[in-house]
Design a protein around this ligand. Structure first.
Ligand code: MN
Length: 265
């Protein structure tokens, strides 16, 4: 896939970001970048077909399977973005400081379990197109099996780019995982503030929290998560304990939302 959107959004004479070049060689790296843009978020990128497939994850990835993290798919990025760390100047797309929070390799897993286990597979592009990508990470900080599941655009005005990033239960799962406890670059050891001051940023807005954003506490997200859980329970054919609500979802849903779900079922 080309990098037209990546190119269209940027002025390369101003931003230090890499040019829009599709890589000739296949690779299987992944990167998580912490990006102090208008809203602090984490960019999760998987190398695939010569580009980095990219999602902006407001709360960042989690090793806790109970966390279902909203991940907004964004434009493909060039593979050379893999080690980009620096400050995108004001008035440019994505203005703000970026650090590399994790790097490593990934591999797609089989779309369905084989003898009860997900095993390495080859259908990454097909799974991505279907909106249900299972994969294994071998990073410095993120390890183990994950799923990226595309949501069916239930949010009013949805762009249809909402996915959920979910850790699967395995030896690397960690209850109560707190991504904010680790704030430095896995490449340089510097945190956002240090990289920002290196770039001579005039004003540093002291660490804004990644959590507690009102806009994300939306019923549509809670609904999508609940539906996903139902589907999962039905697929496994087992009765499962109700999972605790992810922190970004409200405890109560409005009756209006419930009706909407029933209508769609
Ligand atoms: Mn970003």
């Amino acid at each position: 896939m080309a990098l037209e959107e990546y190119k269209r959004k940027r002025r390369f004479e101003e931003t230090p970001e890499p040019p829009p070049k599709v890589a000739a060689k296949a690779g299987n790296r992944f990167v998580v970048q912490k990006h102090d843009a208008t809203r602090l978020h984490y960019d999760f990128r998987l190398e695939m077909e010569g580009v980095l497939k990219s999602w902006a994850v407001p709360k960042g990835p989690s090793l806790d399977p109970a966390d279902k993290r909203l991940a907004m798919q964004v434009e493909d990025h060039p593979v050379s973005y893999f080690d980009f760390e620096g400050t995108i100047p004001e008035n440019n797309y994505g203005a703000g400081t970026v650090i590399v929070w994790d790097v490593g390799t990934w591999q797609p897993l089989s779309p369905v379990p084989v003898n009860g286990k997900y095993v390495p597979g080859t259908e990454a592009a097909a799974m991505l197109a279907k909106g249900d990508l299972k994969f294994r990470l071998n990073g410095k900080r993120l390890k183990g099996d994950f799923a990226l599941i595309k949501m069916k655009g239930r949010r009013p005005g949805s762009k249809g780019n909402e996915w959920l990033l979910i850790k699967k239960h395995d030896d690397y799962a960690e209850e109560g995982y707190n991504i904010e406890a680790i704030d430095d670059s896995v490449l340089s050891g510097r945190n956002l503030e240090q990289v920002a001051s290196d770039a001579g940023a005039r004003e540093w807005k002291s660490s804004r929290p990644a959590t507690g954003r009102g806009k994300l506490k939306a019923a549509w997200l809670a609904d999508a998560v609940a539906k996903l859980d139902q589907k999962k329970a039905a697929a496994s054919g087992q009765k499962k304990k109700p999972q605790r609500q992810p922190p970004e979802t409200p405890k109560t849903k409005t009756p209006r939302t419930r009706r909407k779900i029933k209508g769609k079922t």
